[in-house]
Design a protein around this ligand. Structure first.
Ligand SMILES: CN(C)Cc1n[nH]c2ccc(-c3ccc(F)cc3OCCn3ccnc3)cc12
Length: 389
């Protein structure tokens, strides 16, 4: 019976608890191209596969609505992610994207299921080789048709479409724990608009606290401190690429970026991605900070429909102290209208979370590698050098 917990995941090439010491590092199952199923998995009648073209406004709108109404909520079901169409195009149309990796399931032309992959090159631990694989995201089944076991079919179908391209690994994250996380990270929140966070129920006041006390506590200067801080431009791409690739080498899990990819992921896009570089000396970029825009819909609130949240993306501090650089990130995010600034405890983030008054969130974000046994069973959050949106 497939309803035992993790019954699906036990059929997948993921290390389970008692294999953690016997499996050798590297691929768990060898991929054999000739054995890959050539036709899509069967769907229950009236359900159909489709490749979603996010460049098409109608199809993008259908994805937007499915996610807005049915995607990830916080543990208390008070907030639900509200990814914008521009954001989805940024996240899912990077260089080298495969059209058949944006997978939808439709019933009577209505989108009811979704899962996506993008091509990445991942460096894993001390492996000399980098692994070409897929980054899986946006697994979503419409609330009204859950328990049809559609999610396992979506996962198997995109796995098949990745195998067909002779790729055998995947990286993904989730708030839930299924077999078997490679790292369990925690998220933290820094208040930028204390009054709103209290009004939407994101923050609460203890007996001795007042709204105006909170506002004073989290107050920020009008302008950033770092001299030479400015929005990133195309002319910075070469230097940002070198800074980023060099910086990421210290971690056990990181992507290698081409200049084309840096252009895609870091050139500022209004209401999607903000990147600022530090250029003190003429023409020399020494640091950069970046954060992305992911609002959450406030599910039931008389006064507010959305929580505007900025999420820390990649920050490289080589000359500016990281605490100062991130303090400027808070000021910039506040000035761009955000209510809260979120960050995971990955990379060097521990160095600024406490000092800049971030508060721990109520859940965790688990990182997963599909069909790969690590040398070390688990990685510490500070060993993770990848951010998934
Ligand atoms: C990563 N990407 C795959 C989306 C995703 N899936 N599952 C998740 C579980 C937690 C976070 C997360 C990551 C960083 C963070 F600062 C806060 C977060 O969630 C707060 C709870 N929440 C959920 C909706 N609105 C608020 C993201 C995700």
């Amino acid at each position: 019976k497939l309803n035992k917990p993790h019954q699906f995941w036990e059929t997948q090439p993921m290390p389970n608890i008692n294999e953690l010491d016997s499996l050798k590092p590297g691929p768990i199952q060898e991929g054999i191209l000739a054995e890959v199923r050539q036709d899509p998995y069967n769907l229950i009648s009236k359900f159909e596969w489709c490749n979603v073209d996010l460049r098409n406004d109608e199809q993008a709108q259908q994805v937007y609505t499915l996610l807005k109404e049915n995607y990830v909520e916080d543990d208390d079901n008070m907030f639900r992610f509200d990814y914008s169409i521009d954001f989805l195009r940024w996240a899912l149309l990077p260089p080298g994207q495969h059209p058949d990796w944006i997978v939808g399931v439709k019933v009577n032309q209505k989108l009811v299921g979704f899962i996506t992959g993008i091509p990445v090159t991942l460096h894993i631990e001390n492996q000399q080789t980098k692994v070409k694989m897929t980054e899986i995201n946006f697994l979503c089944v419409h609330k009204k048709i859950r328990a049809n076991r559609l999610a396992p079919v979506l996962i198997k179908e995109i796995t098949r479409r990745v195998h067909i391209k002779n790729m055998w690994q995947a990286v993904y994250t989730a708030g839930i724990v299924v077999p078997t996380p490679i790292s369990q990270t925690r998220y933290y929140h820094r208040s930028l608009n204390a009054k709103k966070l209290i009004e939407v129920g994101f923050s609460s006041l203890s007996a001795r606290q007042t709204i105006s006390r909170q506002q004073k506590l989290y107050k920020l200067p009008e302008e950033p401190k770092t001299q030479g801080l400015r929005p990133m431009k195309k002319k910075d791409v070469a230097q940002v690429t070198k800074l980023l690739n060099e910086y990421l080498k210290q971690f056990k899990l990181y992507f290698k970026y081409t200049e084309d990819e840096v252009k895609h992921w870091f050139i500022p896009r209004k209401d999607v991605i903000s990147t600022y570089v530090v250029e003190k000396e003429q023409g020399v970029v020494t640091d950069f900070l970046s954060f992305y825009n992911l609002p959450s819909q406030v599910i039931k609130n008389p006064k507010h429909t959305h929580l505007r949240a900025a999420y820390s993306y990649y920050n490289v501090a080589t000359k500016t102290p990281i605490v100062q650089l991130m303090y400027d990130a808070l000021i910039l995010a506040k000035n761009e209208g955000y209510d809260v600034f979120n960050a995971l405890d990955i990379m060097e983030n521990e160095k600024f979370l406490k000092e800049l008054m971030f508060c721990p969130g109520d859940g965790q974000l688990n990182y997963y590698l599909y069909n790969w046994k690590l040398e070390s069973n688990m990685l510490k959050p500070e060993e993770i050098g990848i951010v998934l949106v």
